[in-house]
Design a protein around this ligand. Structure first.
Ligand code: UT7
Length: 330
């Protein structure tokens, strides 16, 4: 039995919002955004394009690369903090859109760490129940533009929309090692208020007041998060490397969640990983939350930059707080 990634896909909307555009919307500058975050532009979906539509485009690309039909999927696991609706799940909406009629479907919320959580859960299901689950579609998809307060310069410059997908396959006739070499996911609910969308759930149902107070938008304590983010990335990566017995020199690529170039640089430095082996595309997309790592992975894969058996370390940090690292064998 061998569980491997057999397809990747990603999608970002066509419309690009540049730093120069944001200069006309809020009191900010291209210089501030670039120097503090590394972001130059981000892709923004149309108002009437939901997360499931972004996910659909990424899913179809991953399924095509995998060379399978949607009916063969046994599972759809979507990580998203911006579902189309609270229910039905975005995974069920996607199932209908792509015709994956045989798949069990669920959404999972772990904010920016979503894809790693989603991979961990789907991989565990394939491993535990090989006769029930052979093909899984695992996605990270977010339309953060739908929950950004476009008058708040401290958050609106950071985020973009996008989706990414991988197809996992459990090959019962193969005894190659699985794609997961080692992984670690964690959470600290004690810091939940540092990054949240306070209203719209059962704690604060939508009302005129919640809308007036922008409580359906992202609220973030950036400075506090910054320090916790570096620690979360570094500690989870170190644990995965120690347990797996694989050294930093053996890693072909590190793919960190793309939240802030300064967080990425600080984490890479503490892990002693040279910048040439850290994949970064934050300048093009900003922070796409659950989608970010998968967009990087897809770019590496389609760019021919991954060789068989390369070790790829993916790591993320986000609202919850949540964090995680997964060492992948390509
Ligand atoms: O996705 C995972 C979760 N998210 C994160 O991990 C994000 C972590 N945090 C960060 O990336 C950074 O903290 C930010 C990019 C959000 C902010 O950078 P910072 O260097 O921590 O800036 P700051 O919040 O300390 O603000 C510095 C100054 C403030 O002005 P004063 O008080 O010094 O006069 C802000 O009001 O920059 C001001 N500022 C801005 N100025 C121009 C904040 N946003 C902007 C802006 N343009 N867009």
């Amino acid at each position: 039995m061998s569980i491997r990634i057999i397809g990747t896909g990603s999608y970002t909307p066509d419309r690009i919002l540049r730093n120069s555009d944001l200069e006309k919307m809020v009191d900010t500058t291209d210089e501030w955004i670039t120097s503090r975050t590394g972001i130059k532009e981000r892709h923004i979906a149309d108002k009437d394009t939901p997360t499931s539509e972004l996910a659909k485009q990424a899913a179809l690309r991953a399924i095509e690369m995998a060379g399978i039909q949607p009916e063969q999927l046994d599972l759809i696991s979507i990580a998203t903090a911006t579902p189309d609706t609270i229910f039905p799940s975005t995974a069920c909406v996607l199932q209908r859109k792509i015709g994956a009629v045989n798949a069990a479907c669920y959404d999972l919320v772990a904010a920016c760490t979503g894809l790693i959580y989603s991979l961990e859960v789907a991989y565990s299901l394939l491993k535990a129940f090989p006769r029930k689950y052979r093909y899984a579609l695992v996605l990270g998809a977010d339309k953060l533009s739908s929950i950004v307060n476009w008058e708040d310069r401290s958050t609106c410059v950071l985020f973009g929309d996008g989706a990414s997908a991988v197809v996992l396959y459990n090959n019962m006739e193969n005894d190659q090692p699985d794609f997961v070499v080692e992984s670690k996911i964690g959470a600290a609910g004690i810091y939940a208020d540092l990054l949240s969308m306070p209203a719209g759930g059962s704690a604060k149902p939508a009302s005129h007041e919640t809308v007036d107070q922008h409580l359906h938008c992202i609220q973030m304590s950036g400075k506090e998060l910054f320090k916790l983010a570096v620690a979360g990335l570094v500690d989870s990566c170190k644990e995965v490397l120690t347990v797996s017995g694989i050294s930093a020199e053996e890693i072909a690529w590190v793919i960190p969640h793309q939240a802030n170039m300064r967080i990425i640089s600080a984490a890479a430095q503490r892990l002693d990983i040279p910048v040439e082996r850290v994949y970064v595309n934050i300048e093009k997309y900003g922070n796409t939350s659950a989608a970010s790592i998968g967009i990087c992975l897809d770019e590496l894969c389609r760019g021919g930059k991954l060789k068989k058996d390369d070790c790829v370390l993916i790591t993320a940090f986000g609202g919850g707080l949540t964090w995680g690292a997964m060492l992948i064998r390509w």
